[in-house]
Design a protein around this ligand. Structure first.
Ligand code: TYM
Length: 332
């Protein structure tokens, strides 16, 4: 049976880049597969963070996932820190992973460059990610493009561990990424990937007014200096958003009206804003309903952690046996 695992960092609000690139697919996949989805709060420690808001953000991320359509009855939804086996397996994996491979990770290079003192945890970040996935022996991982390299490393780690501790028949599968056509959504600035840390996002819980306030000044095709200048939709970042949020007939209309200067950018943005609002409104409403009963949310999260842990403990029992530990280590 194929098993799906994916994770998201609870560092801020779920945004439409996460939604289009990953989470919308997570919702669809839960109909067909055995799925686990996780708020990866331990990964947050690799950058500066505020302990006072971490728990709240983790809960809020899980509320976002539920509001987006993940059902705790169909999928296992949980917080990484509530299943201690993640860090345990990570330690085992650090010893079949080369430091050189870790230093070659693009995200590590980008992030470490901007730091005066690089925490060792940042280098180990993708090893923890491999442990997240392999703890459940998941073989399919729905992610955006920025995670593809980390998944290559997860496969290498699975191979290296199997070669050493399960030489006859692989114990861990080699997890493959599942990408969507929206694998890399650009931010509203049009310059960089949409990202929580860059402030170029639209959050899934933003109100109609907030969405419009963000889309109105967003960058479009620079050739359209005035309303009567024709544009090229492929050069406009917002055209991509139309392709993901607007019905096909509207996308075709936008295409023509842009090329012929039939619409000004503001008119085009208004249509986009309306369609984004249509898609996000039900999510926003479900979020408000979930927040009205935080205890029920916490119960669902705790139940998710119990279900995840049952699988995790089974995996670890076998891993520890194969790695030569005393059985006492597994008697939890
Ligand atoms: P994170 O929290 O940065 O992002 C969560 C998911 O959203 C995708 N994504 C995007 N997709 C398209 N366009 C964008 N602009 C965009 N921004 C984000 C990401 O690719 C990701 O799928 N390291 C991971 C979290 C993680 C994980 C895992 C993922 C930890 N363990 C195990 C998969 C499996 C991360 O930082 O995602």
């Amino acid at each position: 049976m194929d098993r799906v695992f994916s994770g998201i960092q609870p560092t801020g609000e779920l945004h439409i880049g996460n939604w289009l690139g990953a989470v919308k697919n997570w919702v669809a996949l839960q109909e067909r597969y055995d799925c686990l989805y996780c708020a990866v709060d331990l990964h947050v420690l690799t950058a500066k963070y505020e302990p006072a808001v971490l728990a709240e953000r983790t809960r809020e991320m899980l509320i976002g996932l539920m509001a987006a359509g993940l059902s705790p009855d169909r999928s296992i939804l949980f917080a990484q820190s509530q299943v201690p086996e993640h860090t345990r397996l990570m330690w085992f994996f650090t010893n079949v992973t080369g430091v050189g491979e870790l230093e070659r990770m693009t995200q590590y290079k980008d992030k470490s460059q901007r730091m005066e003192r690089v925490p060792a945890g940042l280098l180990m970040y993708p090893v923890l990610q491999a442990a997240d996935i392999l703890l459940y022996r998941a073989n399919k991982v729905p992610v955006g493009e920025d995670q593809v390299q980390h998944l290559e490393l997860s496969r290498e780690i699975a191979r290296a561990w199997n070669a050493e501790f399960a030489p006859d028949e692989p114990f861990f599968p080699e997890p493959a990424p599942l990408l969507t056509p929206a694998r890399r959504i650009m931010g509203l600035d049009g310059d960089a990937k949409m990202s929580k840390s860059l402030g170029n996002t639209i959050g899934i819980f933003e109100s109609a007014e907030q969405i419009w306030a963000k889309l109105r000044p967003a960058k479009t095709d620079p050739a359209r200096k005035t309303k009567s200048d024709p544009g090229t939709p492929e050069k406009c970042n917002l055209f991509t958003l139309h392709q993901h949020f607007s019905p096909p007939a509207t996308v075709a209309e936008v295409d023509t009206k842009c090329r012929t200067a039939g619409w000004g950018c503001i008119e085009c943005k208004r249509v986009l804003a309306d369609n984004v609002i249509v898609e996000l409104s039900p999510i926003r409403e479900r979020g408000a309903a979930l927040r009205a009963d935080v205890e029920a949310v916490d119960r669902a999260i705790a139940l998710g952690a119990d279900k995840a842990r049952a699988i995790a403990v089974d995996t670890m029992r076998e891993v520890e046996r194969r790695m030569g530990f005393l059985p006492a280590m597994t008697s939890r």
